[in-house]
Every structure is written in C-alpha cells, then in structure tokens.
Write a protein that binds this ligand. Structure first.
Ligand code: NAP
Length: 292
C-alpha cells in the first residue's frame, strides 16, 4: 500500500483503472499525452507530471496502458520515457495489448537498469475497467507477480499468471482471435435473421440460453439493436490485435486462416471511416454485403 504507483495512458481503459487504484487507497502519479484528460484524477488527488520519465522518478510501480507496440516503446524507451527516470528495483507493468515479441525486447532493456517488467493485458472492456472486474493475464517473474498481485486485484476480478514475460500478450492475442470470430459469426447470423424478417431481439432471447449464447452476444446485442456503435473497444484497436496475432502466427509457423479473413473484413470496415467506432460496427459491413 505504501508504494507510489505511476500510471501512463488515461484513455477509455486507463482512466477508470487508475481511478479504481485511487479508490483502493493508492497514491497515484499520472501522465497522459493529452494532459487535459488527467483533470478528473487530479481533482481526486492524483499528482500529474509532464512525462513518462517523471512518472518513473516518482514511483516504484509503473503501469502503462496505451495503444500498441510503438506507443509502449515510446513511453518506456523513448527520450522522455520511463527508462530515463527508472530506479533499480522498480516494476513496470504494461497492461496494453501489444506484440509479445516487442514486450520481451523492452523487458530485456529494462533489466539492464535493474528493473523488472510484467506484461498484463486485460479483457472485459470499458465496463470491466469501470467496475474493476477485468480479467488480467500476466507474464513475468513469479516472485514479482506475487508482490504486485494485490495492486492488479484492485482492477480485476481474475488475475492469472500464465507464464514468463510475453505469455500475457500471447494469451491476449488468443482472446482477441476468439472475440473477433464470435463478433463476425454473430453479425452474419443476425443479418441473416434480419433479412429474413425475424426480429433480432427475439432471436437473441430464443438462442441466448443455448450453445450459441455467451458474453460477446450479451454485450453486443444492445449495440446492434440500438445502432449505437460508440466505443467501447475501437475497431482500430481490434485490427491492431489481429495484425499482432497474424505476425505471431507467422513467426511461430501457425496458420490462422479465419483470423486472416476477419482481419481483412475489419480493415474494409475501417476503410469506410469506422475505425474509431466500436468493433461491433462490423455488423454494418455484413449488412451492406447482404444488400441491406
Ligand atoms: P484509447 O481510449 O484510445 O486510449 C489510448 C491511450 O494511449 C490514451 O491515453 C492515449 O493518449 C495514449 N497514447 C496513444 N499513443 C500514445 C503515444 N504515442 N504516447 C503517449 N500516449 C499515447 O484506448 P483504450 O481503449 O483505453 O485501450 C488501451 C489499450 O487497452 C489498447 O492496447 C487496447 O487494445 C487495450 N484494451 C482495450 C479494451 C477496450 O474495451 N477499450 C479492452 C481490453 C484491452 P491521448 O489521450 O493523448 O490520445
């Protein structure tokens, strides 16, 4: 409890996660590229600083929650990055969803400064971040994991160490493949019902208790029905995850044919200007392919 926690990246996910740490009594030092987005946390007592370097100078546990691999590299290894202000013995926890290969490279750099890195990506969406019920999948040293687990438990209801550094990222890529396939299947199934003139709310009620039921269906059905595609989880970010999964598949010699196809369909959706919408907006592309 006494250790100060640094938090970098206060977007849709990072801000509510940081808020939950504050609610649990931790002192926070925060940095966000767009400084104004930190206001709410500053009003609640967080200390705001002007760079990731200053975050590292002022905390022992540093959490990053930004977009993709290049952004994590910039905030950790860049000229104003965490590594420039890091104290030996600090722990850097990257909770963004990035390439696990990049994670392993960053961890090796940090170890030269006497710091340890864990990768701890999450699933559970904005709702999970707000409610503190995320599923957190962690890679890295077991002893360090046990030390910081109480911190992670303030943000998630399930905190599981899945292996060495990078294992968290590979687990998250697996998760994202499953969610993308579920979204694509649900969209195709419901567009079929819609074009046949069947009410999709009733389809949902009829099938939710059977084998087709599940969390993706439950979470996305209201968005389809209300045609509300505000994120949530941005399509751009899901495309990034599928790209990272395909790259990992290539480097490990694993064919991911359905993931490749869904990556192309999601990319087409982005080309229509929908990259900043929730990933459930894929429904609208499937509608168009059906002439609706
Ligand atoms: P977001 O709302 O777009 O926030 C991204 C954050 O990264 C913002 O704070 C942004 O700063 C910061 N950032 C981006 N590029 C940066 C750079 N070059 N230097 C410094 N900061 C930079 O995204 P999010 O939904 O919170 O997602 C964050 C991560 O969690 C992603 O890896 C995503 O895949 C993962 N994730 C998201 C969800 C979800 O449902 N949203 C669920 C699970 C996992 P600015 O405010 O200045 O733009």
């Amino acid at each position: 409890m006494s250790k100060k926690i640094g938090f970098i990246g206060l977007g849709i996910m990072g801000k509510p996660m940081a808020r939950n740490l504050m609610k649990a009594g931790y002192s926070l030092v925060v940095y966000n590229r767009t400084a104004s987005k930190a206001q709410e946390l500053v009003q609640a007592g967080a200390q705001q600083v002007g760079s990731p370097k200053e975050v590292a100078e002022n905390s022992q546990i540093i959490i990053t929650m930004v977009s993709d691999s290049p952004e994590v590299e910039e905030v950790i290894l860049g000229p104003k990055g965490v590594i420039q202000g890091l104290k030996a013995g600090s722990v850097v926890i990257d909770m963004s969803s990035i390439s696990p290969v990049v994670t392993q490279r960053i961890a090796a750099e940090l170890s030269t400064k006497g710091a340890t890195m864990l990768d701890a990506p999450v699933s559970g969406g904005e709702t999970g971040a707000v409610q503190g019920t995320l599923s957190i999948m962690v890679g890295g040293d077991e002893e360090v994991f046990n030390e910081v687990k109480p911190v992670l438990e303030k943000m998630g209801k399930s905190v599981v160490r899945v292996g060495r550094i990078g294992a968290g990222g590979f687990t998250k890529l697996s998760n994202q493949i499953i969610v993308a396939a579920a979204l694509q299947a649900i969209s195709e199934a419901l567009v079929l019902a819609q074009k046949a003139g069947v009410d999709i709310q009733l389809v949902y009620e009829a099938i939710r208790g059977g084998m087709a039921g599940g969390r993706t269906l439950d979470m996305k059905i209201p968005m389809f029905i209300q045609r509300n595609f505000e994120p949530g989880f941005k399509m751009d970010l899901h495309i990034k995850d599928l790209k990272n999964a395909l790259l990992a598949g290539k480097s490990l010699g694993v064919a991911l044919p359905s993931t490749g196809l869904i990556h192309e369909l999601f990319t087409a959706c982005r080309a229509q200007g929908k990259g900043q919408k929730d990933h459930s907006v894929i429904y609208t592309l499937v509608e168009q392919l059906a002439g609706l």
